[in-house]
Ligand binder design. Structure first.
Ligand code: HEM
Length: 431
């Protein structure tokens, strides 16, 4: 059997009883053996937390995840979507659109969705392609050995998001570093204040308990002020402008949305691109076929490969909902107020939905993965953009190389939330 994205050995050899609450359980990769056991024998299981949290239900099967995602009245996002609970006042001050239910969420989404539609994203394609080409050409100057994350996968989403937001190119590195500190808040490589490893009590009232959130808020405030004085054509001006009905985001909504874009729009694409390249390096037959497809301009094969890369990576491992009434799920009695955590990565390896899920197959069809969510009003707003970035990068990279090999051990993020490879040393033969 070929290895899963995060196992370097046969999946059945993995430890099937790791603690899925502990971020250390993910530093060697997504604990597939444990989640497979849960899907098979305990699909909705109760987990205690270690930091005083009240515990949660872990939903691990595909069908159950869809049930929770679509039943927004029964499973609410409006009390938080992270495992950790927040003080209600702090929560009110920093809620982002993921943390609203309809109808408030519907209004919010209507106000921000225009720049992310399929049509708008297609209009950016050329710009994305030029950026991807520049990133690949920069990598070529490094020779045949380099870290794919640092030199390629991190560069494209960062440069693209900067252009989209209309912020100065020189601010890109800083924005990514702050976004990483926010989302990598358990990992000492990403932040000076890793949760669970240092004292973060003084930050407990701010988003993700990370001072990075405050820096990003201040930056968003300054950008908003500039655009109000001098409106431009970029996404920030677009978000600040009222719609034809005269509606507009409030200042707080804008700041929270800005922080969400910088955090959600960067590392997710980066880690997906990285997991995809790793899978292709481990499957040279697929790599060769895809390279031929890119050279021949066979868009269909590249699009199918992108979907498999998204499923294989499923980097956003979970989001939380809260039960609004007593209910039953896969035989478990869930009480009103219980936290219910849906595990996207587990669902994307559910044998009940995906035949032979641990086989990387660029021809997989159907491939109704949940990497961006599914059947939920919160379906990823950046999905078209992320798909486009991943596709264009493959199309620009693969025709320029004849082989890609892994060149040393990978390093992964310490997080139970984002499944990310933070270093992927590779050796390539440029063509
Ligand atoms: C491969 C890359 C990406 C992955 C895997 C991903 C994954 C997700 C997931 C799982 C959700 C929640 C779905 C749910 O709860 O049902 C989500 C929501 C969201 N994502 Fe993404 N995302 C990616 C890229 C992006 C990008 C590039 C942006 C923006 C620039 C973005 C912005 C958002 C926003 C704003 C939401 C909230 C939508 C709402 O609440 O209505 N994402 N994403």
């Amino acid at each position: 059997m070929s290895a899963g994205p995060d196992l370097d050995a046969d999946i059945s050899a993995g430890d099937a009883s790791v603690d899925i609450v502990d971020p250390d359980s993910f530093v060697n990769g997504f604990p597939h053996a444990t989640f497979r056991r849960l899907r098979d024998t305990d699909p909705v299981s109760w987990w205690d937390e270690h930091d005083g949290g009240k515990g949660f239900w872990a939903v691990t099967r595909y069908d159950d995840l869809l049930h929770v995602s679509r039943n927004v009245e029964r499973f609410s996002s409006a009390q938080g979507i992270t495992l950790e609970e927040m003080d209600p006042d702090d929560f009110a001050a920093r809620r982002n659109m993921l943390e609203y239910d309809p109808p408030e969420h519907t209004r919010y989404r209507r106000l921000v969705s225009k720049p992310f539609s399929r049509r708008e994203v297609y209009a950016y394609e050329n710009g994305i392609r030029l950026l991807a080409r520049a990133v690949v050409e920069d990598a070529r100057t490094l020779g045949d050995r380099f870290d794919y994350v640092d030199r390629v996968a991190k560069q494209l989403p960062m440069r693209m998001l900067g252009r989209l937001l209309g912020v100065p190119d020189d601010d890109g590195d800083w924005l990514v570093e702050r976004g990483d500190a926010l989302l990598g808040n358990f990992d000492p490589d990403m932040t000076d204040h890793p949760l669970g490893l240092t004292d973060t009590d003084e930050f407990k009232h701010i988003p993700f308990r990370s001072p990075a959130a405050l820096d990003l808020y201040r930056y968003a405030e300054a950008q908003a002020e500039q655009r109000r004085a001098h409106p431009t054509e970029d996404v920030i001006s677009n978000l600040l402008a009222p719609t034809i009905d005269g509606e507009a985001l409030t200042e707080l909504e804008f700041k929270n949305f800005f922080v969400l874009m910088v955090s959600a729009g960067n590392d997710t694409s980066r880690y997906t691109m990285t997991a995809g390249l790793k899978a292709l390096a481990e499957h040279p037959d697929h790599l060769a076929e895809l390279r031929d497809g890119c050279i021949a301009g066979n868009g269909a094969i590249v699009e199918a490969a992108v979907e498999e890369v998204l499923r294989w990576a499923t980097v956003t491992m979970h989001f939380r909902r809260t039960a609004t009434a007593d209910t039953e799920l896969s035989g478990q009695q869930i009480k009103r107020g219980d936290k219910v955590v849906i595990w996207f990565t587990s669902a994307d390896y559910d044998e009940r939905q995906f035949p032979d899920p641990f086989r990387f197959d660029i021809h997989r069809t159907p491939n109704d993965h949940v990497a961006f969510g599914r059947m939920s009003p919160h379906l990823c707003l950046g999905a078209q953009l992320a798909r486009m970035e991943i596709k264009v990068l493959l199309e620009e990279l693969l025709p320029r190389v004849t082989s890609v090999e892994l060149d040393g051990p990978t390093e992964r993020l310490r997080s139970n939330f984002i499944c990310g490879i933070k270093r992927l040393p590779i050796r390539v033969s440029w063509s």
